[in-house]
Design a protein around this ligand. Structure first.
Ligand code: GLU
Length: 292
């Protein structure tokens, strides 16, 4: 059998301009692909219809081309494939692992505040810092659920974590790889995400579900992404196992910090790559400054 080439992907969200952190991640993917004689795909993760904009997508192509990157066409754009993610969610529903949740963010916060007042203890949070879901809608009367769904009440779908973990082997893990070609197992602990949202209220998917479904569909063998997504991999491995999908190898790279040591981010208004370019900095200088 001819061994297949490794497949890497860079998967930005067009909800703002790319900054140096994205440039680093994209260049690192390309570098790994070169080193491992693999292929590089680009995926546009634009399921957040409220925040993603076509002009940001165009800017992604411009910025990456300016950096000297090449990727295979066609580019997969997630918002074109909601039916595909709906089907993946359907498979989890068939296994009775999802339940509708009607809670607003405020309702969750209020419930947690009440419980904290009762117990005098701080409520646990997930790795992203969000309050763990207190399970309010997990135990609703089925008749009430039917009623609320029939009137079209907006709802998300959450994973029933305890039920999902009950289907899992004793311990779950993925394999991490590095530039020296070392591969080592990493145990995961999806439980720390609680009953996470797998299908959001506004769209028939979530970041976690679409990333897992697409990585499998595109036969991604090596995922290279920032350390800020390392904890999410625990949930991804769980979803992959439940859906019968392969788990790629992962490399979570360190994040590029701004001059005062904060993580670069679109929400912090970090300097966009386009602004760096407008200052007259060349692509070669950017690549060099990032260690390539
Ligand atoms: N779309 C995600 C982001 O822009 C990256 C997802 C991933 O690499 O898994 O942060």
């Amino acid at each position: 059998m001819v061994p297949t080439a490794p497949i890497f992907r860079f998967a930005p969200s067009p909800n703002g301009r790319l900054h140096l952190g994205h440039a680093y991640s994209a260049l690192l993917n390309a570098d790994f692909a070169r080193q491992f004689e693999g292929r590089l795909l680009l995926r546009i993760e634009d399921i957040d219809l409220g925040r993603c904009r076509p002009e940001f997508e165009t800017a992604i192509y411009d910025d990456l081309a300016w950096l000297g990157l090449r990727w295979e066409e066609p580019v997969r754009r997630q918002s074109d494939h909601f039916d595909f993610y709906r089907a993946a969610a359907g498979r989890l529903k068939d296994k009775k692992l999802l339940y509708p949740c009607f809670c607003s963010r405020k309702a969750v916060a209020d419930t947690v505040a009440r419980r904290e007042a009762e117990t005098g203890e701080a409520w646990p949070r997930d790795p992203d810092g969000a309050l763990l879901y207190p399970g309010t809608c997990c135990n609703l009367d089925p008749e009430e659920v039917r009623q609320r769904l029939s009137i079209g009440e907006p709802h998300a779908l959450r994973i029933h974590m305890t039920a999902a973990l009950a289907l899992m082997p004793e311990s779950l893990s993925y394999r991490r790889f590095d530039r020296e070609g070392r591969i080592e197992p990493v145990k995961v602990d999806p439980h720390r995400w609680g009953d996470a949202v797998v299908v959001r209220k506004e769209v028939p998917t979530s970041y976690h579900l679409s990333v897992v479904a697409d990585d499998a569909l595109q036969r991604i063998t090596h995922v290279v992404r920032g350390q800020d997504l390392e904890a999410a991999t625990d949930l991804h491995v769980l979803l992959q196992t439940l859906l019968g999908l392969p788990t790629p190898l992962y490399h979570h790279h360190g994040l590029i910090l701004d001059p005062i040591g904060d993580k670069l981010s679109k929400s912090r208004q970090s300097e966009a790559l386009a602004d760096v370019r407008a200052r007259g900095v060349t692509a070669a200088e950017v690549r060099r400054s990032l260690g390539f």
